[in-house]
Design a protein around this ligand. Structure first.
Ligand SMILES: Cc1cc2nc3c(=O)[nH]c(=O)nc-3n(C[C@H](O)[C@H](O)[C@H](O)COP(=O)(O)OP(=O)(O)OC[C@H]3O[C@@H](n4cnc5c(N)ncnc54)[C@H](O)[C@@H]3O)c2cc1C
Length: 295
């Protein structure tokens, strides 16, 4: 593996200075579960890594003291610092209280060892089409909070991914955390993942489905992972479910999700198998949400 320098800045100014060193490939580093394998395999070639775990706010998990910046009442959004680890998220009583969708996705990631290191910021930063947190964050209407040398900004997660392994972050920018509005009482959500093994493997297909109470019915959100260049929503499947969620609508919505997908073949699956499995996994996830709504 090519050697690289390791830096651990104490504040954002120092981090931005390091991340924008001229003519150097500098990478933020969190849990290193993607960074080390990708560097070892020569996919990424860092001259240096900037450990972000000690930066202010990156290890916070809270609903307190947040600006009412995404349409929800003060104190009703969940803030998850970018350096929070998947096991911390999966096991958090706060996350599970109203944002269980995120806990489900975090628990489905990799294996125990990986979840003990892997962070949500790193999962977004890698921008894998199969990133497990992404479909969950898409249906949870999440904002990605970013700081950079030119200031702060908030990016809707739908606009965060630019392509396979590409984000819309600019040079020097860091994810500091994510902000998720509290789903109203009566909401239900399920994350389903199909992979080759039960643990320790990326998704062949993942589906997140949320139903939000709305106008006496439900407003649905459906997102897919591992079946297109970036994690995506399926507005067509959502539109079908907004009209009804009986067996016929569920089948139609699953077929609509299939229609949105454009997978590739890779070591995990052929494109054909992936696309067929969208129907099964989406149907299973929607049925599970309906079951929650009716219980
Ligand atoms: C055995 C194994 C199994 C895995 N299984 C899964 C799985 O089932 N599902 C899944 O989704 N992933 C899986 N992964 C991939 C990986 O664990 C996740 O993507 C993880 O969330 C990456 O987080 P990290 O903290 O380790 O990131 P790192 O490796 O530290 O960084 C990953 C990328 O994000 C950037 N980055 C990190 N933090 C920030 C930040 N705050 N701001 C901006 N950029 C940042 C880095 O520069 C780098 O480009 C697996 C990995 C392994 C090794």
């Amino acid at each position: 593996m090519q050697p690289f320098e390791y830096y651990k800045p104490k504040d954002f100014d120092e981090a931005f200075r390091l991340l924008t060193l001229p003519d150097k490939a500098m990478y933020p580093l969190a849990g290193a579960t993607d960074l080390i394998p990708h560097t070892r395999d020569g996919v990424w070639k860092p001259d240096g890594v900037v450990d972000v775990k000690g930066l202010p706010g990156l290890r916070d998990l809270t609903v307190e003291g947040l600006e009412p910046c995404c349409g929800c009442a003060p104190g009703e959004c969940l803030y998850v610092g970018a350096a929070m680890r998947m096991n911390e998220i999966a096991r958090s009583a706060l996350v599970r209280s109203h944002w269980d969708m995120l806990a489900q996705a975090a628990a489905a990631m990799g294996n125990e060892q990986v979840r003990n290191r892997a962070t949500v910021g790193g999962n977004l930063g890698t921008a894998s089409p199969a990133a497990d947190s992404a479909p969950a964050l898409l249906v949870l209407e999440t904002s990605v909070l970013v700081k950079g040398p030119e200031g702060d900004r908030s990016i809707p997660v739908e606009k965060f991914f630019a392509g396979p392994k590409r984000t819309t972050l600019k040079k020097g920018e860091l994810i500091v955390g994510i902000l998720i509005p509290k789903p109203p009482a009566g909401s239900a959500g399920v994350f389903e993942k199909l992979s080759r093994r039960k643990a320790g493997d990326l998704a062949v297909v993942s589906v997140a489905v949320m139903a939000y109470p709305h106008d006496g019915g439900y407003r649905w959100r459906v997102a897919l992972g591992a079946v297109s260049p970036t994690p995506i929503r399926s507005p067509q499947a959502e539109a079908v479910l907004n009209e009804g969620y009986d067996a016929a609508h569920i089948d139609e919505a699953a077929a609509a999700a299939y229609g949105c997908s454009s997978p590739i073949s890779d070591v995990r699956s052929s494109a054909e198998y992936r696309q067929m499995m969208v129907i099964n996994v989406a149907r299973r996830a929607i049925r599970a949400v309906v079951q929650q709504l009716q219980s």
